[in-house]
Design a binder for this molecule. Structure first.
Ligand SMILES: Cc1ncc(COP(=O)(O)O)c(C=O)c1O
Length: 401
């Protein structure tokens, strides 16, 4: 059987998720009895807060186990509308909110609802690995605009301006950012918005899923700028801030016409999200923000401990990420070096080397659009993170010209 003839071009051209692959490699080595420290994960290591679990149990006992309306339970959409107003100064009606099976599906819906073949989507780079794949699946063309560590991985307005063409339909970025942990300030977003004001037909997709893991100034939503409101899709979800990755719930606030289109797409692919997850999520968003804050504080302590150690490693360039739970060092000084017969030419080689030599699993920056970096997640116990930093330091010290 000629499988490559059977499989669609679409799926054959799609990259496998690098973060999921690395996490699997770490699990495989652990199963062989090797203590691999996993810094490749993209999810909080905390359990979902107890009160949220109890709300789901109650919902199950009440028989909330049936299909839900495609865009979500009205109770949850109203709670999200309230949250947008409370936390972000965003006025969305419940009808402008679509709940999906994770923010991943929310973004895929938007791509399918907006893009025609050849439409360009500007993606701020480094970017979350799934963005370009989703754009390509919708037959759009990803256009990367890159910012390195010297600009804290944040794109400036002039770079955005230079990338816009008459085919640009969408701008897509995350803040706080996966993989860099960078957070755009209110002033930086206002400057980005100023450029966009000159191009009224570009839809902004602002992925704010790490909103509650933010160590700097108060989170700011670009959609709350009056000139951006009617053309911004604000993406958020429960996975990161509430430690609810397995509950599969994300959502958007969007202009009514686009919310309707996303709901239409979702109605044919998956229907409404899980019923009892939605009940628990409505409780979480209205009553459990303090649990998010407590987890955020732990992440901040870990970030500082981890950074202190990483800064002692010669050759590793680190900045000070302001959110999420990632550090994204520039490791390019190690390229061209070797240890015994292991040659390090790029970030893939270096992350392989650190896995085999230091037993620390990390993700190469290549799939995030930053071949000079590697992503380290500190969503892991404090002693594991500190031990990992020591192991990385020792392994990097062995590399020579
Ligand atoms: C930037 C970003 N957006 C969206 C998602 C998707 O989250 P979920 O589908 O779990 O809601 C992730 C998950 O890794 C992410 O890092």
């Amino acid at each position: 059987m000629n499988v490559s003839r059977l499989l669609s071009d679409r799926v054959q051209q799609m990259e496998e998720s690098a973060t999921i692959r690395m996490a699997q490699r770490a699990r495989d080595l652990n199963a062989q009895g090797i203590h691999v420290i996993n810094l490749s994960v993209g999810e909080p290591d905390f359990d979902t807060p107890e009160n949220i679990k109890n709300a789901a149990k109650e919902a199950l006992d009440q028989g909330i186990t049936h299909y839900t309306p495609v865009p979500g339970l009205m109770e949850l959409r109203q709670a999200i509308a309230e949250k947008f107003k409370r936390d972000n100064g965003l006025e969305y009606k419940a009808q402008q909110i679509v709940v999906s099976n994770g923010a991943k599906q929310s973004i895929a819906n938007v791509c399918l609802a907006l893009l025609n073949p050849g439409d360009e989507v500007i993606i701020f780079s480094p970017f979350w690995v799934s963005y370009p794949e989703m754009v390509k699946m919708a037959e759009g063309v990803p256009v990367m605009v890159h910012a390195g560590i010297e600009q804290d991985f944040k794109v400036d307005p002039a770079q955005l301006e230079a990338a816009i063409t008459d085919k640009t339909k969408m701008l897509l970025f995350s803040s706080p950012c996966n993989p860099t942990g960078s957070v755009y300030t209110r002033q930086e977003l206002a400057a980005i918005a100023e450029v966009l004001e000159k191009h009224p037909d570009i839809v902004i997709v602002s992925d704010e899923i790490y909103e509650y893991i933010n160590f700097g100034e108060k989170h700011f939503s670009i959609g709350s700028l009056p000139a951006m409101k009617d053309r911004t899709v604000t993406v958020n979800g429960f996975s990161k801030g509430f430690a609810m990755t397995g509950w599969r719930l994300g959502y958007i606030g969007a202009p009514g016409w686009l919310a309707e289109a996303c709901s239409k797409v979702q109605g044919q692919f998956t229907s409404g999200a899980n019923a009892f997850s939605q009940k628990a999520a409505a409780h979480a968003i209205l009553h459990e923000i303090s649990a998010c804050t407590a987890m955020r504080d732990v992440f901040l302590t870990r970030r500082d401990l981890f950074l202190d150690k990483l800064r002692t490693i010669p050759g590793l360039k680190v900045n000070q990420p302001q959110g999420a739970f990632y550090v994204f060092p520039d490791v390019s000084t190690f390229f061209g070096k070797k240890y015994r017969d292991i040659q390090i030419n790029d970030a893939d080689d270096l992350s392989e080397y650190l896995l085999s030599e230091a037993h620390v699993s990390l993700v190469s920056g290549i799939p995030f659009g930053a071949p000079e970096c590697i992503r380290m997640s500190y969503a892991n116990a404090e002693d594991e993170i500190l031990e990992a930093a020591d192991r990385i330091k020792a392994a990097l010290a062995k590399l020579e010209n």
